[in-house]
Every structure is written in C-alpha cells, then in structure tokens.
Design a protein around this ligand. Structure first.
Ligand SMILES: [Zn+2]
Length: 640
C-alpha cells in the first residue's frame, strides 16, 4: 500500500499528539510539555513526556519515543500503514482502502489480529445461527446472560468437533498457518491440525482499542475430566499478565466514576456489566499483576476488590492489596455474604443492594485484620505480632508519606499499640525494601538499558546532536567548519551528523536550505532505539556546562540566543577534548625524548606543550565567543 509522503504529513499535522495520546494516557501539563505514566513500562512517577511544540513523545524512563504514528504502532501494535489509517480516521481524512489480501500479511501483528477476527466471526456464527449453538445459548440464558451482553462481549461457541474451525478456514481460503500462530489450532506431530477449542463457550479478550487478541473458552459439558477453562496461548499480541478482561468495555465508565471494581471471572464481569455496573474488570483467573494494576491506574486511582467470599478469594486479595498500594492507588475490599460470588449475588439481589456493598467496603487494614482474626491469629501473642507486622508491611508499600502516617495512626489506635513502635517498624521495612530494590536494579537493569546508553554518550555530543537537529543554515555552516565527523564517537550522533550534512550540502547546490523535518527524519529509520535517541535529544534541554554560569561576558550573553550559547559551549568542549588528547600524546613523546636524551627534541616538545597549555587556557576562559561574534557580525553585514 502506498500513501504519498505529503499526504502522510498532512494526516500527522492535522491531529494534535497530546489530544490523541490523552485518550489512552492521562496527561498533565508541566511547563511547555505534558507528562503521564508511561504506557510502555511500569513506573510510579511520570517520565513519559509529550512536546506539543514538536509533536513528539519520549519516555525518559525506558527510552521509547517517536511521533504520533510511532505511538499508534507501539501502543496498538499495528503496522505503519494501519497507524496512518487510524490517525486519518481520527482526523476525518479519507485515504484509499487497502486491498483485502494486503491487509493482514503486512506485519505479524496484523496476521494475529486477523486470525482472531476470523475465528471470532466463526464462533459467533456458531452460537447464533446453528442448531448446535442452541444448547450453548440455553446455557448462557440459564446463567442469566442476555442477548445484549452476548453482543457486547462478543460471546461465541466452538462446536463439538476437532476440526470445525479448520474446515471453515479451508472453505473460506483462510491460511491455517495464521490460525496456528494465533494458537487457535494446534499442529500434531504428523503435521495435521486440530482445533484448540472444542465444545466451549468462547469469550473473546479485547485489546484496549477493541481488537480481539485471544479467547478464553469455558467447557459446555459439566465433565470433570476436561478443564473448565482454557485460554489461547500467549502470542506477540497477547501477554496474559498485561491484559484485563472487560477493560475495553469498561474504561470510559471507570474514568467517569473514578474507580474500578475488580472481579475474578469473566461471568462475574459480564453479570455486573449487565446490571449497569459498568466500571468492572476481571483479572481472569491469574494472580493480579503489576501490569494489570498499571492499566487500571491509567483510568482511575481507586480499586474496589470484589473476589469470591471464600478463603481462596481472600488469599488472592491479600496478595493483590500490596500490589495496588505499591502503585499509589487506594484500595477497598467489598465483602460478599458467605458462600456468594459477584455473579450469584447480582442475580439474586437488586442493584441498590449491590451499591450498599460498595458503600460498606472496608479499607485494607480492616480487611487484613478481619482475615487474620478469622484464621485465629489474634489469640496467640506471637502470631498477633506477625499479623501486625504484615499490616505495617502493606502500609510500607504506599508511596505517599502522609498517607502512610495516617494508616499507621489507624493501626495504632485500633490495636492499642504505641504509634512510635509502629513507625519504627515501618522505617525498618522501608529501608530493607530500598536496599533490595537497589540490589535488584543493580542486577537487573533490563528495562532501562537504552536510557543508560543514551546517558553514556558524552554531553558535548548529545548537545551537538541537538544543535544539528535545530540549527538554521547560518549556524550549521559555522558548526561544520569546526567539528568534523571523525571527532564524534557515538554512532547515533554520527548518523545525525551525516544526514544533516547531506541536507546542508544539497542546499549549497540548490541555494535553499530546508531545515531538517524531524518527523520525516525519524520515519526514515526503522530502528526503535535510534528513534528513541532522537526524541530523547529533541525533548531534552541543552546540557550547557557550568562554564556559562561562571562566565560573565555581559552584553554578549544577553545578545546571544540559546542556540549560539550551546554552539559556543559544544565547540569549546570538543576543542578541549582535542587538546587533552594532544597533551596526552605529548607526554609520551617527552618521556621518550628524555629516555634517549635528545635535548633538541625535548625543548621543542616542551615548547609545544606550553603552547597547548596557553591555548587551553584561552579557550576554557573565553570559549568561542569572539569568533562567533565576528562571524555573526560578518553575516549581518551581508557576508557569507
Ligand atoms: Zn517508558
């Protein structure tokens, strides 16, 4: 599929990157930029930054970055073409539709989405239009799930046959390899295939933007010999720990109500939704993960835990509480009557009874205390101290200090324990936690490797890269005069140098320098890391050295713009770097001359050394300010 470059630019520039990303990531303004919690890695303080001026985003935590198209590709896991199409749709700009075939072969992601879409079409058809589907339908009705919910959650049915989906795919000319990649069919040793899901109610799992990424299948027959639930295997588009069932349907209401209700199972989620309680998501049978809590935190800062009222449910919530607290979210536990689950409760009771449960939800301290009480732990003083320590441990997870002290006070008054003792215990736990975190960071560092790499590039080269991206022709001419490609050590900076130099050279032939278009520039490179570096540079400030703070060249300083200050500073640092290298070489030569007692050579070398020292002294004091002043005056007077 081909879209002309200027059309792509038109689409990009007609949508504000801040508006678009704000649909998925809550942003707030800080100075010229917007920041939010990064959707690409787990973090507690926002380092995900968007520049409305430059229309670029960059995460200073994990190094991700790019323009709007890159964001859509990265966030929604789609191809470049698909990203352009989505943004165009958002902007109301029409672009030619792709041919059907072209659509899913474009990337592996697209292939997986397309396989799930195709299978979904088949499962829905089976449920609604076949005689076999009738018993599945009866089951759903019996469980109280109505037609609207079936449609809203895309529920389907996989027939009681080992090759139903396979036959359907063959009939419709759909490649079996794609279905296999998505885990919908399984290859036997002899090379033949069979359906993964057989005689199951099919619950599609949606991505945050509403595309199907996997399925959960519940057995229809109550046969203890087959597993009650099976899921699609993990693929490039489906990572179990990063998905919350129902979030696509619930996200707007969660944002509106400012809290999310967290349940365990698919049917709990659907039943509540059906009862107009639409801010509900399901963790889907796995223990609650960091990623899942982070997903919710994009929409609300409060979670109501609503798991089954049995000991397994309580244990799961005990574990989950600490994770939620660690993300700085508030957590309440909703208590169901003995023996009930959310699904059964909402089917037996009117909605206002459910709302009462929410109103009477308890905080994690009361929940933990009552759970331990039930387990009889408060009778034995030894066990009691353990339970209290566990309470303090939960409190230690809360990032906010004020909140921590409020909860400590609550525990203190509830259990008649001196606040000071509890605070001391809290400090001990926090210190220990910090130490192990530091150790983990030291050992791990997988996520932040790129950022460290960016930082390891010498400051003068990073600033040079920024100058190259932002300078006009006059400034570039000056820079190219003084800094040569060979002096650059970073490969990334070298690539930028080469590209800008190429543009500059072309301009001197055609006569008109067209400033580098950073959007066209980053789209040229299919390298996430390089793009991350470019956006890192574009969204960082110049690291102008202390030199400028101590230097007091009044009028000159006022006169000059940020850019020329940076140029002066970069040239100075490059120059000093060069001199230091020459001094090093000289030291060796002098030692050698002394060894062979070559007096003549020695005095020549020493003269050179003092000459270098003089130059170094001048440059470190004055920098290139005089040269720049002269150059600018020359340009002003019409020179070139
Ligand atoms: Zn990040």
């Amino acid at each position: 599929m081909y879209i002309p470059e200027d059309k792509i630019e038109e689409i990009r520039s007609s949508v504000d990157i801040v508006d678009y990303i704000n649909q998925f990531v809550p942003l707030r303004r800080v100075g010229k930029n917007y920041v939010g919690l990064c959707p690409f890695h787990t973090e507690k303080t926002p380092s995900f930054t968007i520049s409305p001026d430059k229309q670029l985003y960059h995460c200073f935590g994990c190094g991700a970055g790019g323009n709007l198209f890159n964001f859509v590709m990265q966030y929604e896991k789609v191809s470049f073409f698909e990203a352009v199409r989505k943004v165009a749709e958002y902007a109301g700009i029409e672009i030619p539709k792709p041919e059907k075939k072209e659509r899913w072969v474009e990337t592996e992601f697209e292939e997986l989405y397309e396989a799930n879409r195709f299978a979904h079409e088949f499962f829905v058809r089976n449920l609604l239009r076949t005689s076999e589907g009738k018993k599945a339908m009866e089951y759903l009705y019996k469980r109280g799930i109505n037609d609207a919910s079936i449609k809203n959650f895309g529920i389907g049915y996989s027939p009681d046959q080992w090759d139903a989906l396979i036959q359907y795919a063959i009939k419709h000319n759909f490649p079996l390899e794609s279905l296999e990649k998505a885990g919908l069919i399984v290859k036997r040793e002899d090379g033949s295939y069979y359906d993964r899901f057989k005689d199951r109610i099919m619950f599609p799992i949606f991505s945050i933007s509403g595309r199907i990424i996997a399925f959960g299948g519940r057995r229809l027959k109550e046969d203890e010999n087959i597993p009650k639930y099976i899921n699609s295997p993990e693929t490039k588009i489906y990572v179990k720990s990063k998905v919350l069932y129902g979030l696509y349907q619930a996200k707007d209401t969660i944002r509106k109500k400012e809290y999310a209700i967290l349940v365990e199972g698919y049917t709990d989620c659907i039943s509540l939704f059906q009862a107009w309680i639409e801010n509900v998501v399901a963790s889907g049978g796995t223990a609650l993960t960091d990623e899942q809590v982070r997903l919710i935190s994009n929409y609300a800062r409060t979670i109501y835990f609503l798991y089954d009222a049995d000991s397994a449910g309580a244990r799961a919530m005990l574990r989950g509480v600490n994770i939620i607290l660690a993300h700085g979210l508030d957590v309440y536990i909703v208590r169901l009557p003995e023996g009930e689950d959310p699904d059964s409760f909402i089917r037996k009771n009117p909605v206002f009874e459910f709302e009462k449960l929410i109103e009477n939800a308890i905080n994690f301290i009361d929940f933990k205390a009552s759970t331990y009480q039930q387990l009889g732990k408060f009778d034995d003083p030894n066990v009691k101290s353990k339970a209290i320590r566990s309470l303090v441990e939960s409190i230690s997870k809360i990032p906010d200090e004020l909140k921590r002290s409020i909860f400590i006070r609550e525990v203190s008054s509830k259990y008649k324990l001196p606040e000071q003792v509890l605070s001391q215990e809290l400090e001990t736990i926090i210190l220990k936690e910090r130490k192990s975190l530091k150790k983990r960071e030291f050992e791990g560092q997988v996520e932040d490797q790129e950022v460290i790499k960016f930082k390891s590039i010498p400051a003068e080269e990073r600033d040079l890269a920024k100058i190259l991206l932002e300078a006009d022709e006059v400034a570039l001419k000056f820079v190219f005069n003084y800094i040569h490609e060979d002096e650059i050590t970073s490969e990334y900076v070298k690539v930028i140098y080469q590209n800008v130099f190429e543009l500059f050279k072309q301009a001197s032939e055609t006569g008109e320098y067209k400033k580098l278009n950073i959007h066209e520039f980053i789209l040229k490179f299919d390298d996430d890391k390089f793009r991350g570096f470019v956006t890192n540079i574009a969204l960082s400030k110049y690291e102008i050295s202390k030199f400028w703070e101590v230097k007091k060249v009044k009028d000159y300083e006022n006169e000059l713009m940020e850019l020329w200050k940076a140029i002066d500073d970069v040239l100075r640092r490059f120059y000093l770097r060069k001199i230091r290298k020459m001094e090093q070489d000289l030291t060796y030569e002098i030692a050698e001359a002394e060894r062979v007692k070559d007096e003549e050579k020695l005095s020549e070398l020493l003269a050179r050394k003092s000459e270098l020292a003089k130059k170094k002294n001048i440059i470190s004091k004055k920098g290139f300010s005089d040269t720049i002043k002269k150059y600018l005056l020359h340009i002003k007077n019409g020179g070139n």
